[in-house]
Design a protein around this ligand. Structure first.
Ligand SMILES: C[S@@+](CC[C@H](N)C(=O)[O-])C[C@H]1O[C@@H](n2cnc3c(N)ncnc32)[C@H](O)[C@@H]1O
Length: 241
């Protein structure tokens, strides 16, 4: 996929394409309100647009990423509302039918970077700084019947993601996996990751997973029909009046 990618904006890679593949294969119904959290170049918003959504919103804290998403979607004639800022502050109180996210998930320093390219991957000591917030926000972000798709490395504990989402009342399961060789960021952190017991000696691969979580659809109230009433009036109780 050709994309404008200003310096410092995340280059779509294996995690992006694993999530894109799930999006393409799942066959979401048209007419949905879709949100991409952590949009980078907007690659996943472009793929999500193939589901023919009613609305498409993309959020990233990086100014350059927001610009790139605006450009990459506009040149394809895709209408997207691109917002710049913290994804959870920007979307608080809003609901979507489909939420997709490839958040930062690489374990690193405790403090998250305030600026620069590392915002795309640095995610605190255990790699869960943004993931934990996403799992906590998901139940409120999803409309009834809505779906979340999130990709991350198994290094930052898939079981925690599943548990947090289920604790929030969602169903959650792993819907795709892929084994990938470490990229430059992971290679540079091998020592630190080994020290923290997150990888084994000599490990050069990580497993990427896509987790799907669903909110149960709203119950449609069934019309209350009284047998007495229908007999008394001699009419079809559902269609009368
Ligand atoms: C791994 S990149 C993913 C980019 C794109 N979705 C892709 O798959 O190619 C993560 C993105 O999250 C953004 N980001 C990090 N923390 C964020 C936050 N709290 N709110 C919004 N965006 C955030 C970064 O600027 C970066 O563009």
């Amino acid at each position: 996929m050709w994309l404008l990618r200003p310096r410092g904006v995340y280059r779509p890679q294996a995690d992006t394409w694993l999530l894109a593949d799930v999006l393409d294969r799942t066959g979401f119904a048209p007419g949905a309100d879709v949100l991409e959290i952590c949009c980078g170049t907007g690659a996943l918003s472009i793929v999500a647009a193939r589901t023919r959504p009613r609305s498409l919103t993309a959020v990233d804290c990086s100014r350059r990423a927001a610009l790139a998403t605006r450009f990459n979607t506009a040149v394809r004639g895709i209408r997207v509302r691109v917002e710049r800022g913290d994804a959870f502050a920007r979307t608080n109180g809003r609901r979507f039918d489909l939420v997709i996210a490839n958040p930062p998930y690489v374990p690193g320093e405790p403090a998250l970077p305030a600026r620069g390219a590392a915002r795309a991957w640095d995610a605190g000591v255990d790699g869960r700084a943004v993931l934990d917030r996403l799992c906590a926000a998901a139940p409120a972000l999803l409309a009834p019947g809505g779906t979340l798709l999130v990709v991350h490395s198994a290094l930052c504990r898939v079981s925690t993601t599943l548990r947090q989402l289920r604790d929030g009342g969602l169903t959650a399961s792993v819907v795709a996996r892929a084994e990938e060789p470490f990229g430059p960021v992971m290679r540079a952190r091998e020592h630190l990751l080994r020290e923290r017991g997150l990888i084994a000696e000599g490990q050069r691969h990580e497993e990427l997973v896509v987790v799907r979580a669903d909110r149960v659809p709203a119950r449609v109230p069934r019309p209350r029909v009284s047998a007495t009433t229908s007999t008394e009036h001699g009419r079809d109780p559902v269609t009368s009046e």
